[in-house]
Design a protein around this ligand. Sequence first.
Ligand SMILES: Nc1ncnc2c1ncn2[C@@H]1O[C@H](COP(=O)(O)OP(=O)(O)O)[C@@H](O)[C@H]1O
Ligand SMILES: [Mg+2]
Length: 242
Amino acid sequence: MDIQLNGVSKSFGDQLAIDRVSFMINSSDICCLLGPSGSGKTTLIRLMIGALKADDGMIQLGETVMPSMDMLHTIGFMPQNDGLYDDLSAEANLEFFGSIYKLGKSELQKRITEVLKLVDLTVDRKKLVRNFSGGMKKRLSLAIAILHQPDVLFLDEPTVGIDPILRRQIWDQFQTIRATGTTIIVSTHVMDEVLECDRAALIYNGRLIAYDTVPHLLDQTENGRVEELFLIAGRQGGAGHA
Ligand SMILES: Nc1ncnc2c1ncn2[C@@H]1O[C@H](COP(=O)(O)OP(=O)(O)O)[C@@H](O)[C@H]1O
Ligand SMILES: [Mg+2]
């Protein structure tokens, strides 16, 4: 499912958090939202999933103008700070979130087994989340986000605090999910992770400073480092607040 943003702006009080952002995410792409802390990645994701309403501009998921409750079943969302229940097992967490999507009992049990396998938590199924490591919580949070087989998956800094080996595994899982036709939007402030994506939107002070395929973005740099694009934007003054 395509996603289109057209002149989207959002302020909090008198602070402009998103400033006239326009771009289009292609169906079945992995699109990276790359930007430093505070640049507006989470706000942009919350606008796209319909948790926030833009002050200006328009966001469309397929033909549907956001925000729309109709898209609840179409969208999967992994928040920056996972909303897991510590006193429940992994399985019980999945059952709870599955009930929100009104999955039937046998369908839900089948899906729970599938997603736990995908994120490699099958043996930890009955364990309380309280006893999970940070990486296990991230993986359970991913399992919850894909439980209802969404067409579009939003992942807000999914690999923060994850060691390199596990990070590799998680990116492999994203590739597996994308191979099923799911569109993935993933935010990060880790420049390396861009190389895993098809396209990247570079966000700086609430503005879109570049959007292109990853090879094209790298062509614009001198040393093949994505960071350079932020430095160029800073020098050109194209990224400061008006
Ligand atoms: N609910 C909110 N109320 C007030 N300011 C907010 C709120 N959410 C985000 N902001 C501000 O908007 C800007 C962008 O924040 P955010 O989208 O969280 O950035 P990022 O996810 O890239 O770190 C920041 O300056 C932040 O302080
Ligand atoms: Mg954020």
